[in-house]
Design a protein around this ligand. Structure first.
Ligand code: BG6
Length: 464
């Protein structure tokens, strides 16, 4: 852990500034790392100090000693992703820095870049020897991290994968999804499989429906050029939401790590069928200068899916995501079936819900029915809740910090295997082929008005 070179390709982009560089700072501070070098590279001609100053400002309070250590070990190089010579020069620079700081050559190249550059960058990483092909457990380790979305459909994803797997071993390749490292997301499988009260009920006999929601208040935040090409379906649904669905739906893995979990996730994704959906675009989206003026890119999607296997036959999975909505929340709600309520006068009694809140808070809660004080037969829903920060304090590492740590540790369950990515694109390609209607909605609302009809049609209600 305490000896690595982090090569950040796309260092001036939004992801690097907002998430990766702050995550590196926190990681170095938390683990008290001293032996490292960070080499940032991108096309822009900027000074290291200037780039870091912006990051520091956003971080707010920092430990000056740790920050100084990071500043002393951060180097920026201007580089064109499609120019092989630039990669050769970068490799010389990295070699020299590793020698200067006595590092052993453990390298992580993080591609915070658009998927169209994945193949050219990977080819140049290989030909410049910036990252070398390595056998399993060979030292020093050298790894490549690909941000999502991996491609823009099944075909492009396969092309990229074909290109990179010719050049590197699978154990060196990390196709990451930062959602998989969020505290409450990594808690899902543990809660399911280590509590005898849940797993026996985790099937179509007892579960009525599942809702997975990623609502965002933010809109484009300067990312319009990227977003307009992808939309909500490829930006969030194809990766974060389908991975959440896979974690909820999977069978028990032998171990909670690496391929044991990935095998289970892909088995669920293979069985996903798209039933229905509606799409939306918030009013004013097309006025953003970085977006095409006649864009029909969706900024909202609500879908109904099914998992065609014995555990889930007949259980609807509802997935909803959008930008510029009335509040930020990432939640998973599992609704249990209504009980036979002959014992009470209020019939039917409210259903039990198990809800995971991934953000803004990290909690999970089980709603149960209890007796209303005084009258013996009336019930009211009460909630049993676990709140992560209440119990463990607010010091939980941010998801990108965990991504960095896990890649350094060589833990693969946070990385999405290519067969999972293929299945996720298969599902999204199907959604696109179905051409669900696209409606306009007001910012700060709950999404298109037509969502009501979707609810009525399926006899459901989004839980908030
Ligand atoms: C990213 C998407 O992967 O996830 C963004 O590209 C989205 O559009 C973000 O805002 C949400 O993640 P988080 O961790 O901020 O909830």
């Amino acid at each position: 852990m305490n000896d690595f070179t982090f090569i950040l390709l796309g260092a001036t982009g939004d992801l690097s500034r907002r998430k990766l560089l702050p995550a590196l700072y926190h990681f170095i501070a938390r683990k008290q790392i001293e032996h490292f070098v960070i080499v940032g590279a991108a096309l822009a001609d900027v000074e290291s100090a200037q780039l870091l100053a912006e990051v520091k400002e956003k971080l707010g309070t920092v430990d000056e000693e740790v920050w100084k250590r990071l500043e002393d070990r951060f180097f920026y190089e201007s580089l064109n992703f499609t120019n092989e010579d630039d990669f050769k020069s970068l490799n010389k620079r990295v070699d020299a820095l590793e020698k200067q700081f006595g590092l052993s050559g453990n390298r992580m190249a993080y591609l915070a870049a658009a998927a169209e550059f994945f193949c050219p960058i990977t080819s140049h990483l290989a030909s410049s020897h910036l990252i070398k092909r390595k056998k399993m457990n060979e030292t020093p380790w050298q790894r490549i991290v690909y941000e999502k979305p991996f491609g823009h459909d099944l075909k492009s994803a396969r092309e990229i994968n074909e290109c990179i797997e010719k050049l590197f071993e699978e154990h060196q390749i990390y196709r990451v999804d930062h959602f998989l490292t969020k505290e409450l997301v990594s808690n899902i499988a543990l809660v399911r499989f280590t509590n005898c009260v849940f797993e026996p009920l985790w099937n179509n006999r007892y579960i009525d429906q599942v809702q997975i929601v990623i609502n965002e208040k933010i809109a484009l935040e300067g990312r319009g050029a990227y977003y307009d090409k992808y939309g909500a379906l490829s930006d969030v649904m194809q990766n974060h939401m389908l991975e959440l669905l896979a974690l909820i739906g999977m069978e028990s893995p032998t171990k909670l790590s690496g391929d044991y979990v990935r095998d289970r996730r892909v088995q669920v994704l293979e069985k996903v069928e798209v039933v229905d959906g509606i799409l939306g675009q918030y009013e004013g989206y097309k006025k953003d200068a970085s977006v095409s003026s006649d864009s029909d890119t969706e900024t909202f999607a609500a879908l109904m899916m099914r998992i065609d296997n014995p555990r889930w036959a007949g259980v609807p999975f509802y997935l909803k995501t959008g930008k510029c909505l009335d509040k930020k929340e990432t939640k998973i709600h599992i609704k249990f079936k209504a009980v036979d309520c002959l014992l009470t006068r209020d019939c039917p009694v409210p259903s039990n819900w198990l809800s995971f809140e991934v953000s803004p808070e990290a909690t999970f809660a089980l709603s149960l029915n209890a007796k209303k004080p005084g009258r013996s037969e009336q019930v009211i829903p009460v909630s049993m809740e676990f709140c992560h920060s209440c119990l463990f304090g607010p010091q939980t590492p941010e998801s990108y910090e965990v991504v960095i740590e896990e890649v350094i540790r060589g833990e693969k369950s946070i990385s999405v295997r290519f067969d999972e990515i293929e299945q996720c694109w298969r599902i999204i390609d199907t959604v696109r082929k179905k051409s669900f209607p696209l409606y306009e909605y007001q910012c700060d609302s709950k999404g298109p008005q037509e969502l009501k009809q979707f609810e009525q049609k399926h006899g459901m209600r989004w839980r908030s």
